[in-house]
Design a protein around this ligand. Sequence first.
Ligand SMILES: [Zn+2]
Length: 416
Amino acid sequence: MLYRLNKFIGKSSKTGPAEEPSANAQLLERAGFVFKYASGLYEYLPFGLAVLKKIENIIRKNLNALSCQEVLMTSLQPKGLWRKTGRWDDMAGVMYQFKDHSGKDFGLSMTHEEPITQMAARAINSYKDLPFCAYQIQTKHRDESRAKSGVIRGREFIMKDAYSFHASQEDFEKFYAVMTDIYQNIFKECGLDSLVVEAPGGSFSKVNSHEFQVLSPAGEDKILFCDKCQKAFNRDLFGAEDTPKCLVCGGELIEKVGIEVGNIFQLGTKYSAMLGCEFTDSDGKKQPVIMGCYGIGVSRLLGTIVEVSHDDKGMIWPASVAPAVAQVMVLSEDDGTKKLAEQFLAQAEKSGLALVYDDRDVSAGVKLAEADLLGLPYRVVVSEKNAGQIEIKKRTDTNTKLVDLAEVLAILNVES
Ligand SMILES: [Zn+2]
């Protein structure tokens, strides 16, 4: 894939969106990855979309390895099913709800327990049909009164939501523990260190719900961390206590701030009992299915990566999610240089490298600044002064290196 910046639809700009102080909103829009369309609504341009697809594929790879099955449900939800669980009214403040032209009620969903439980019920007869886990990656909506922090908290966003179905609590707990590890794997592959945080919301005492927090001053969640046993807790677990102690070892807790990039929790039989999702056990008795649910904010992850990985010049993308591995520029007009650049681009394309080629008619200074702003892992400069060699520089290094064409390709192939 070769992105040419000349005639590119995702052009960079000197300024970011107004009234959006967050680093992710400013840098993503200035670099032309996203555009703030309205409060809490962001358009994704080619580079932003490429990052989203890479994050999605990291999630897919990890979940498919667990034999999770990908489905796609509808965003537009008729009221009926949601009335049965009482959530049509419970979520009225945050769910977009409206009438169609015939006067029937519909909502735009931000979560899918009701429809997935119904879908699972059609697939489950006996305990032999269990366990399984299904997930989707989908655009969701939330009537957010405080849409801010760029793509981290939007009114329209992309989520991965997974739901697991089990015949026993024991089987559920085993799967929940595996998912906890897989989640940390997913975030690690996206270049993020996540903290597993115990949180309220679980309806049983043995397994709580858990949040996955990435520490960042841009976060909105207060976390209490125990240095002694390394456990972390959501501040909300402690009520109004001034100096809460670790719930596991009684040690001192340190307050930290994080961005919640994922959460997992057990649902028990809450939805299966209400919506008739049952299985026949080995004694021939009908039982409600035990469920868990597992969310990851995909577009929020993209914003979080920018928050924790940027400097005063621009973004710094981990290679695993970067829209391309290198930004290429030709800084002189002579035939020899042009020929070398063409050779490089042709060979890079052959080996399947994704590159950004700055072929705009602008100064070297503008091209170099653009490369820092976009923050791809490498910058590649072809110039007459390098006498047949090619200059390569890592976004995170200050030093440049002169190497021959074959070595540039070798370096980039290792990184992508
Ligand atoms: Zn502790």
